[in-house]
Write a protein that binds this ligand. Structure first.
Ligand code: MOS
Length: 725
C-alpha cells in the first residue's frame, strides 16, 4: 500500500481555486428565473391577510407564490429509525399549503422574477397580517418543563450503572456543576442554494447538499413522482457541517416555484435566509456531578442535559453520549431531556451533542482535578477505562493514554505551573488547558461501481458528497491501494444522485463507509483479474487486461433497485447490530494555551495542539485540515458564537456574520495536529471517521485554560470578556 497516508493535494483543488468549479447557485439553465423568500414575523398563529399587489407590480416579477396560489405539496413522511432517509425533513411543515405559522422566519411567500434584484425588491413589498397565538420561545424559562428525550438508536445518551447519586453523596471529593451553551447557527462559506428544473414530470435539482440520496427520496415523496425521476447534483459544495444534511424550505420552494412557473428557478439563500430557515445547534443546560476518592478515582459520574427541539421537528442531540464512554466510574448516570418550542427546529451541526456535551464533562473534570490537587492529565490517566464503562463492552481500539502522553510531551505540558494566575507573558495572563475529544465511529452501507480498463484507467463511481474535505481524493487513494494501481490512474465520479447510492456526508461515516465498499469491489475485481492472469501471467491489472484482450472489468457493491434498497436497509441493520457489540470511536486530546488581558478579560488563543486517534490516516494533508477545521469551529463555540433569540418574539436577532461572530484569521494561531495513524482492527483498511472529533473537547480546553490563566471558571458559553474580567 502506497497511496494511503500520502499528503496528496485535493483532486478538486485546481477547479475550486481557479474558479472553474460551478457551484449550485452558478448553474445557468436556459430561461433561468430568480427567487426570493418572504419570512413570517410572528412565532405562532395564522395569516389573516396577504397583500402581494405591490410585489406583483415590480417590473420583472413573474409570480408571487403564497398558500393561496401555490401548487400542492405532499406532507413530509414521519421519521422512522429504520429508514434514515426519513430524517431528511428539516421540519414537518408543508410550506405554502396553509395559513399556519410555526416559527418566526418561516417562509410565507416566494417571489419569482426575471432577475435577482427584482425578486428581492418584490419580496420586501409583500405585506402580511396575522392572528397571533401564544408561543413558547424562551428556552431558559421552559427548562423546568423538560421531559425525557427519546433515546437515539445510533448514539444513546441514556445510561445507568450503580447508584450515582448515592455514591456522589458519599464521595470525599465532589463537584456538582451547571453549564449552559447557547444555540448556534450554520455559517458554511457557501450559503444554501438550489437551481430547480422541471422537464415534464422529471425534476433536476442542483443543490448545495451533503445528502444526495436523502434529497432525491425526499423530493420524490414531496412532489409525488418516482424516485427515478428526480436527479440531484452537487459536484461542488462550499462546506456543510450538517446544515446541508436535511432538506430545508429553500430547496422545496425552489422546486415548487419552478413547477408553478414552468421555468427553471434559482433560489440562493441570503445569509439571513440561512439563519431563518436552516436549523442550527440546540442550546443546552447541563449538570455534571463528579464524585471521587482523594486519589482522584471516580466513584460517581452524573451528566444530565436539557436541550431544545422545535414543535415542528428537530433532531434529539446526544449531549451526554460521550459520558458513557470516557471515564471508568463505579456509578454512572446519564440522562437527557428536551423542551419543544415554537422555533425553527434544530438540526445536525458538527458533532451534534458531543461538541457541547464534552464542554460540560471536560470542564467538570478540570474542576475535579483542581479539587483533588491532581494534574488534569494525570486525573484522566487514573480514570482511563479498560472496557466501555456503562455496559462493559470491549473497545475496538482505544489509545487515549498514548494520545495524552504524546500531547503532553509535544505541547510542553510540564512547563505548566499548577496555580491559576501563576504564568505571565508581560502583562498577559497565560493559561494552559486540556480536554478529551471523543466521537463514535459508525459505518453505513455504500453502493459503488469500480471499473478497471486495459487503457490504464480505473473509475470509481459513487454518489457521495464532496464538501471540500477531500472526500474524492481520499477515495482515489483507497481505490489505488485496494487494486494495487497508481493513484494517478484513478478517476472518481461523485456528486450526482444518478451514481450508486452513498450515505450522507454526515456522522463522520462517509470515508469509512465508502472505503469498505471499495475494498469489497476491488476484491471481486482482483479475483476476475487473477483468473485472467492464469492465462496471461503477470500481476499488473492493466497489462493482464491488455494481454487477455479484455477491454475492461467491472464490479459493483450494492444496487439502487427497489430490492437493492431493501437489501441495503438489511445490511444497515445487520451492520448496526454487529457494530453495537463493541464500542468504536475516534478520540483525542486538545491542548490549548490562552493569553488573557487582566484588565479587559480579552482572551486570545496563543497555541493549540490536537492529538487524535482516527484509525488509519487516509490522507495526511486533508485529515489534518479536517481536524484543524473542527478546532477552529470549536474556538468559535468557545469564545464568540451565539444565536440570540428575542424571548418576546422568537425572532433571531443576529442573523448575519456582522453580529454572529465566527473566528477570523486573527483569532486563530497556528494549530498543530498529530495523529497516531493506528488502524482500527474492525474497519476496512482500519479507517474511522475524522469529520467531527476535531470540534469535541475544544470549548472545554479553552475554558480550562482561561481558568488556569485567571482563576475564573466560566461555565456559560461563549466565554466573552464580560464573563472573564
Ligand atoms: Mo455532520 S453534523 O454529521 O455534517
Amino acid at each position: 500500500m502506497t497511496a494511503i497516508g500520502a499528503p496528496l493535494d485535493r483532486v478538486d483543488g485546481p477547479a475550486k481555486t481557479t474558479g472553474a468549479a460551478r457551484f449550485a447557485a452558478e448553474q445557468q439553465p436556459p430561461g433561468l428565473t430568480y427567487a426570493a423568500l418572504v419570512h413570517a414575523t410572528i412565532s405562532r398563529g395564522r395569516i389573516t391577510a396577504l397583500d402581494t399587489s405591490a410585489a406583483r407590480a415590480v417590473p420583472g416579477v413573474i409570480a408571487v407564490l403564497t398558500h393561496e396560489n401555490a401548487p400542492p405539496l405532499t406532507p413530509a413522511r414521519k421519521v422512522t429509525p429504520l429508514d434514515l432517509s426519513t430524517m431528511a425533513s428539516g421540519t414537518s411543515v408543508n410550506y405554502l399549503q396553509d395559513d399556519e405559522i410555526h416559527w418566526n422566519g418561516q417562509p410565507i411567500a416566494v417571489v419569482v422574477a426575471e432577475d435577482p434584484a427584482a425578486a428581492r425588491e418584490a419580496a420586501s413589498l409583500v405585506r402580511a397580517e396575522y392572528a397571533v397565538l401564544p408561543a413558547t420561545v424562551d428556552f431558559a424559562a421552559m427548562e423546568p418543563a423538560a421531559k425525557q428525550q427519546p433515546n437515539s438508536m445510533i448514539s444513546p445518551g441514556e445510561g445507568k450503572k450503580g447508584d450515582a447519586e448515592k455514591a456522589l453523596a458519599a464521595a470525599p471529593v465532589t463537584v456538582d456543576l451547571r453549564f449552559t451553551t447557547p444555540g448556534h447557527s450554520h455559517n458554511a462559506l457557501e450559503p444554501h442554494a438550489t437551481v430547480a428544473v422541471w422537464e415534464g414530470n422529471r425534476l433536476t435539482v442542483h443543490d448545495a447538499t451533503q445528502s444526495l440520496d436523502w434529497f432525491r427520496n425526499h423530493l420524490a415523496a414531496r412532489f409525488d413522482i418516482p424516485v427515478a425521476d428526480v436527479r440531484v447534483l452537487a459536484p461542488f459544495v462550499g462546506g456543510g457541517f450538517g446544515g446541508k444534511g436535511a432538506v430545508w424550505p429553500g430547496t422545496i420552494l425552489a422546486a415548487l416555484a419552478a413547477r408553478a412557473t414552468g421555468r427553471p428557478v434559482r433560489l440562493a439563500l441570503t445569509r439571513e435566509d440561512v439563519y431563518r430557515t436552516v436549523g442550527g445547534r440546540t442550546p443546552t443546560t447541563q449538570r455534571v456531578a463528579l464524585g471521587a476518592d482523594r486519589d482522584g478515582k471516580l466513584t460517581a459520574l452524573i451528566h444530565t442535559s436539557v436541550s431544545r427541539l422545535g414543535r415542528v421537528g428537530g433532531m434529539p442531540e446526544q449531549i451526554t453520549s460521550q459520558s458513557r464512554h470516557l471515564y471508568d466510574a463505579a456509578n454512572i448516570l446519564v440522562r437527557q431531556s428536551v423542551v419543544e418550542l415554537d422555533l425553527l427546529p434544530n438540526t445536525f451541526m458538527r458533532a451534534p451533542g458531543e461538541a457541547i456535551g464534552t464542554f460540560a464533562l471536560e470542564a467538570a473534570m478540570d474542576e475535579l482535578a483542581a479539587e483533588t490537587g491532581l494534574d488534569p492529565v494525570e486525573l484522566r490517566r487514573r480514570n482511563e477505562p479498560a472496557v466501555n464503562p456503562v455496559d462493559g463492552k470491549k473497545f475496538t481500539h482505544r489509545r487515549l493514554r498514548e494520545v495524552y502522553a504524546l500531547g503532553a510531551e509535544r505541547f510542553g505540558w510540564s512547563d505548566r505551573t499548577p496555580e491559576p494566575g501563576s504564568m505571565r507573558d508581560g502583562r498577559w495572563l497565560v493559561g494552559m488547558g486540556v480536554a478529551s475529544a471523543f466521537h463514535p465511529a459508525l459505518r453505513f452501507p455504500a453502493n459503488v461501481t469500480l471499473r478497471v480498463s486495459a487503457a490504464g484507467t480505473v473509475v470509481l463511481r459513487c454518489g457521495f458528497q464532496e464538501m471540500g474535505m477531500g472526500a474524492a481524493t481520499a477515495q482515489a487513494q483507497v481505490t489505488a491501494d485496494a487494486l494495487g494501481v497508481p493513484v494517478e490512474a484513478v478517476r472518481v465520479e461523485y456528486g450526482d444522485s444518478d451514481l450508486p447510492v452513498s450515505p450522507s456526508a454526515g456522522g463522520s461515516v462517509q470515508t469509512a463507509s465508502i472505503a469498505g465498499s471499495v475494498v469489497e469491489a476491488a476484491e471481486k475485481l482482483t479475483r476476475s483479474l487473477r483468473r485472467l492472469a492464469k492465462r496471461t501471467g503477470g500481476d499488473d491489472p492493466f497489462a493482464v487486461l491488455r494481454q487477455a484482450g479484455v477491454p475492461h472489468v467491472e464490479a459493483s457493491v450494492g444496487s439502487d433497485t427497489r430490492l437493492g434498497r431493501l437489501s441495503t436497509q438489511a445490511r444497515f441493520i445487520g451492520g448496526f447490530l454487529r457494530d453495537s457489540r463493541k464500542m468504536r470511536a475516534a478520540s483525542g486530546a486538545q491542548f490549548c494555551e490562552v493569553r488573557v488581558d487582566p484588565d479587559t478579560g480579552e482572551t486570545r488563543i496563543s497555541r493549540w495542539l490536537g492529538v487524535f486517534d482516527i484509525g488509519t490516516v487516509v490522507n495526511a494533508k486533508t485529515a489534518v485540515s479536517q481536524l484543524r477545521g473542527g478546532i477552529v469551529m470549536g474556538i468559535g463555540m468557545a469564545l464568540s458564537e451565539e444565536t440570540l433569540v428575542d424571548p418576546r418574539t422568537g425572532r433571531i436577532m443576529n442573523p448575519s456574520l456582522a453580529e454572529y461572530h465566527v473566528p477570523v484569521h486573527a483569532d486563530i494561531p497556528r494549530i498543530e495536529v498529530s495523529m497516531l495513524d493506528d488502524p482500527d482492527p474492525t474497519m476496512p483498511m482500519g479507517v474511522i471517521g475524522a469529520g467531527e472529533v476535531g470540534i469535541t473537547g475544544v470549548a472545554a480546553a479553552v475554558a480550562n485554560a482561561v481558568y488556569h490563566a485567571t482563576g475564573r471558571r466560566v461555565r456559560d458559553l461563549p466565554i466573552t470578556l464580560d464573563k472573564v474580567a
